[in-house]
Design a protein around this ligand. Structure first.
Ligand SMILES: C[S@@+](CC[C@H](N)C(=O)[O-])C[C@H]1O[C@@H](n2cnc3c(N)ncnc32)[C@H](O)[C@@H]1O
Length: 264
């Protein structure tokens, strides 16, 4: 059934619920500087949706340039309206939307490539994921980093719904299907608006849930020299504090979200 939300509401609700563009840009820039001792200047945001991260990237510095790649014109149009239109003339010149497949993009080589909100989980076979990681590896400069995010933990494979209350908005993240043999899964986002109306299946995702060790193995096979796995600090109340640090020996939490940095 078609959502009764307007496109403006759909992307406003989505971004408020699941994105923190400025935080992700700082994380990627700070970590790059820690590894290579300099600031990165060029970004390719794969599966960019509205390109919120790319638009935030070009705001950082006059040398920062970004390429947002997505094959769907709808989020790109919404991104132009919501983010690109608010940039200065110089920032606009350094921000490029590309309506392309990430496997075939003609964007130039960059310092950083990111694939966030688990979008690379659309690649369900090892062969497809390896092919994608190899194209990413080839598109990075000599000193480069590929950042991915991941969620896991025993709770993330159960058919449950997580709820988050925001101002005038409730966000629901539902696991609708999980096959333990193949890790084929379906997740859906629902919203309840300020008037109390629930909008079901505004976004649905058919993915393979990839695990940390297999991702690190495939990244190594694709030619990355090193992978760094991150773990979120504790807020003292059973939740995360939004601060991520490199870690190897971590707690088996019920559900967790984290990042991987793959270095060229
Ligand atoms: C889960 S959304 C993520 C949007 C954004 N990256 C974020 O963090 O919120 C996945 C996006 O990937 C895009 N997409 C799916 N397959 C793609 C492909 N092969 N090449 C480029 N974009 C793709 C979809 O159009 C959609 O906008």
């Amino acid at each position: 059934m078609k959502s009764s939300l307007t496109l403006d509401q759909k992307y406003d609700f989505y971004e408020r619920s699941v994105q923190n563009a400025e935080g992700e840009v700082s994380f990627m820039q700070d970590e790059f500087k820690r590894f290579y001792g300099r600031k990165p200047h060029t970004l390719r945001e794969d599966f960019c949706g509205t390109g919120a991260i790319s638009c935030s990237w070009v705001e950082q510095d006059k040398r920062c340039e970004a390429y947002g790649v997505d094959l769907d014109p709808e989020p790109i149009e919404m991104g132009k309206k919501r983010h690109y239109s608010k940039l200065t003339k110089s920032q606009k010149e350094r921000m490029h939307y590309r309506e392309e497949n990430v496997l075939k993009t003609k964007a130039p080589k960059v310092d950083v490539i990111c694939a966030f909100n688990f979008s690379y989980w659309i690649f369900k076979s090892r062969k497809q994921l390896l092919q994608y990681f190899k194209t990413v590896r080839k598109s990075l400069n000599k000193q480069g980093i590929f950042y991915l995010d991941i969620f896991a933990g025993p709770e993330s494979q159960k058919l449950v719904t997580d709820t988050k209350k925001l101002e005038g908005l409730t966000y629901y993240w539902e696991c609708q299907h999980f096959n333990p043999f193949t890790h084929d899964c379906t997740f859906a986002i629902h919203f309840r608006d300020a008037k109390g109306k629930k909008h079901e299946n505004v976004f649905t995702y058919h993915w393979r849930m990839w695990m940390m060790p297999e991702l690190r193995d495939i990244l190594a096979e694709a030619g990355f020299s090193k992978t760094v796995a991150y773990w979120e600090g504790d807020d003292g109340d059973g939740g995360g504090n939004g601060e991520f640090s490199p870690a190897e020996d971590v707690e088996n939490c019920d559900a967790w979200v984290s990042y991987i940095a793959a270095l060229t």
